[in-house]
Design a protein around this ligand. Structure first.
Ligand code: HQG
Length: 179
């Protein structure tokens, strides 16, 4: 499969497993899972056919391991805007985590901290390189350092997705180191 086709399928999955399942009549359970067969059928019925081998390949080879197949079901590992409970355990984060953003929003972040915006959580990375890539999607990246260890000791709940994205509801400005 060529890269272009893989990216197209991956984006289709993101749209329907994170944001608009109802658009193709898909139903996610409370933890975000839907039967693989239902997904393949719904996609074909809505003009975007792919087969199981292609789907398996996209899930396996995806650059960020965005999707997981388990027991005949599939879900996105993170990034939802629809209400789902990923049922991830609360875990102790590393002392520092990173967030890539862009300069125009820095004043708002300085005032109110990092907000989850349209997603369920603020997304943080364990390494600067990943945060730089995330920030670059919006312009010249600015890397914020989050004092995750201190936040954890202060009672903030961290979770980590299957693809190693660190998730927290909010980061107050006092825990952010600005460049
Ligand atoms: C910014 C991709 C104004 C925040 C990536 C970011 C990631 C604020 C944007 C994942 C703010 C939200 C998540 C505030 C934060 N005021 N702006 N108070 N607080 N922001 O896309 O972290 O490809 O929802 O800095 O790789 O950029 O989807 O979050 O610029 O892992 O798998 O508001 O999305 O993964 O943007 O990216 P997003 P994000 P996927």
């Amino acid at each position: 499969m060529d890269d272009k086709r893989m990216v197209r399928i991956s984006k289709y999955l993101a749209k329907h497993l994170r944001h608009e399942p109802e658009r193709i009549g898909l139903v996610l359970d409370e933890n975000g899972w839907t039967p693989v067969d239902d997904l393949i059928r719904a996609a074909a019925a809505h003009g975007f056919p792919f087969d199981r081998a292609e789907l398996d390949h996209v899930v396996e080879a995806n650059d960020k391991k965005r999707y997981v197949i388990d027991d005949g079901r599939i879900r996105a590992s993170q990034g939802h805007s629809v209400e789902v409970d990923l049922d991830l355990p609360v875990v102790e984060p590393p002392e520092l985590l990173y967030h890539g953003t862009v300069a125009p929003v820095l004043d708002v972040i300085r005032a109110g901290g990092l907000q989850r915006m349209a997603r369920h959580h603020v997304h943080l990375s364990a390494d600067v390189e990943t945060a730089t890539r995330v920030g670059s999607r919006r312009g010249r990246p600015v890397i914020l350092t989050v004092e995750a260890g201190s936040m954890h000791r202060d009672g903030h709940e961290f979770r980590v997705s299957a693809n190693r994205v660190w998730l927290v509801p909010h980061v107050p400005p006092g825990f952010i180191r600005f460049p």
